[in-house]
Design a protein around this ligand. Structure first.
Ligand code: PLP
Length: 459
């Protein structure tokens, strides 16, 4: 029998047997794997008892914070009553109740919920639904999907074909055909001829979707996948009017608009759904992460009545399913999570405090390395530059030294969980739990100030 009581045993086994995701494992040859053992509120604690402010909500997940007894108990009660039953031909009460509750919260006519266990599966499901929907409605040639440069939509083969990050796609090529890329809404890096006018930039970026549809042939395009605020690249909010224009374009060519809200739903932007903040009506919303605040895995897609229609009568069946999707424990947990949203008015907390969060982060503009601070709600990216005036970014070597060689570890050592990411230009990303307030913003700012000041001396 193996005992993991001793911290050294845990370390040894972590290095010997565990494979971390998107992680250069060689980084832990010389140093310890960080082991997080418990959480409470906005903080987590490692195996040595050291406390960290969870400035990323784990991975954009833990909206209500850690250690919520009532959610844990809701999960335990459900496991005792009915631990598992599939949603293949059967229903169970918590899946029904959660579907009805999500339909109530969702914008417009998104009344139908298809559950998954993750965000990638939600994205994958949305693409499959779009394809089968068009086959059933006499437009079998529509299979292509449009998404934005550097956008992350998941790692399963279908979702990866929608993802716009070349580096994480290359090892797995050839991917599913039909993924088409358009520019994202990074206004800080807008082309020169649009640099002064965000609305014009937004119109151009939306019109690039129309150009892509025309280039590909409208009869071949099934859907456009967009996040309300694009995560990868460092939180690109939509310019004013962008989504309204995209909606018009999708309607003009009969293309479905999928709002990928795996990060942006459940309060991250101060609304249950990001599309509500920016006032557009998607045909499908994909969600995961915050729906349970991570107390159990769950994802899904919300679908309009119109999309459901061809499947509502006769022999048509959506030929897709996942064993653990809509798991009883996860759906019970999601309901308890949403109860906390209501009881504590977490959306209200985000809306009341988001300006203070932004203002606190913007104090960092006095540092020479801070080029741009952008985002919305409790979701921000800080882009680091070598030269604030010219907006010159770092070379690959500098980025490697700065991010992997110093920043990630230094921020963690200083007690802040956040993300230093260079999949686009180098950014630090923040997405604290929705319970956070000024004292947490101040703590985040103080740690970033110290570490970024040190980073500047190392370039
Ligand atoms: C916008 C978006 N879509 C899809 C995914 C994939 O979700 P998962 O990791 O749960 O498969 C993510 C994950 O971060 C995401 O941010």
């Amino acid at each position: 029998m193996t005992s993991f009581d001793a911290i050294e045993n845990l370390q040894e086994a972590a290095k010997r047997n565990l494979w971390l995701h998107f992680t250069r494992m060689s980084a832990y040859e010389q140093s310890d794997v960080p082991v997080i053992v418990r959480g409470s509120g906005a903080y987590v604690f490692d195996q040595h008892g050291k406390r960290y402010l969870d400035g990323l909500s784990g991975l954009f997940v833990t909206q209500v914070g850690h250690g919520r007894q009532e959610i844990a108990e809701a999960g335990a009660r459900q496991a005792a009553e009915l631990a598992y039953f599939p949603l293949w031909s059967y229903a169970h009460p918590k899946a029904i109740e959660l579907a009805a509750r999500l339909a109530e919260l969702a914008p417009g006519n998104l009344n139908r919920v298809f559950f998954t266990t993750s965000g990638s599966e939600a994205v994958e499901s949305a693409w499959k639904l779009a394809k089968q929907y068009f086959k059933l409605t006499g437009q079998p040639g529509r299979y292509k999907v449009i998404s934005r440069d550097i956008a992350y939509h998941g790692t399963s083969m279908g979702a990866l074909a929608i993802t716009g990050l070349a580096d994480i796609k290359h090892p797995f090529e050839p991917l599913l055909p039909g993924g088409v890329r358009v520019p994202n809404t990074n206004f800080y890096r807008a082309p020169d001829f649009l640099a002064g006018d965000e609305t014009e930039f937004g119109r151009w970026a939306a019109d690039e979707i129309e150009r892509a549809i025309l280039r590909e042939g409208p009869q071949s395009v099934a859907a456009v996948f967009l996040e309300p605020v694009q995560n990868s690249g460092g939180c690109f909010p939509p310019p004013p009017g962008y989504f309204q224009r995209v909606r018009e374009i999708c309607d003009r060519y009969g293309v479905l608009l999928v709002s990928d809200e795996v990060i942006c739903a459940f309060g991250r932007l101060g609304y249950y759904f990001g599309s509500q903040r920016y006032e557009y009506q998607p045909d499908i919303i994909t969600f995961a992460k915050g729906v349970t605040s991570g107390y159990s895995p769950l994802g899904g897609m919300l679908v309009s009545d119109a999309l459901m229609e061809p499947f509502s009568s006769g022999t048509a069946t959506f030929l897709h399913g996942i064993t653990f999707a809509g798991h009883p424990v996860s759906t019970a947990v999601a309901l308890a999570n949403l109860d906390i949203f209501e009881k504590e008015d977490l959306l209200g907390n985000v809306r009341a405090n988001e300006a203070a969060f932004r203002a606190t982060l913007e104090k960092l503009y006095d540092l020479p390395i801070v080029g741009d601070i952008r985002g919305a709600g409790y979701f921000y990216g800080i882009e680091m530059v070598k030269d604030k005036v010219t907006r010159e970014t770092f070379t690959d070597d500098e980025s490697e030294r700065l991010l992997r060689g110093f920043l990630s570890q230094a921020l963690f050592d200083a007690g802040l969980v956040c993300r230093a990411d260079d999949r686009g230009d180098p950014v630090i990303q923040l997405a604290p739990p929705l319970i956070c307030g000024q004292e947490h913003f101040d703590e985040i700012e103080a740690i970033l100030r110290t570490v970024l000041t040190e980073a500047w001396t190392r370039i």
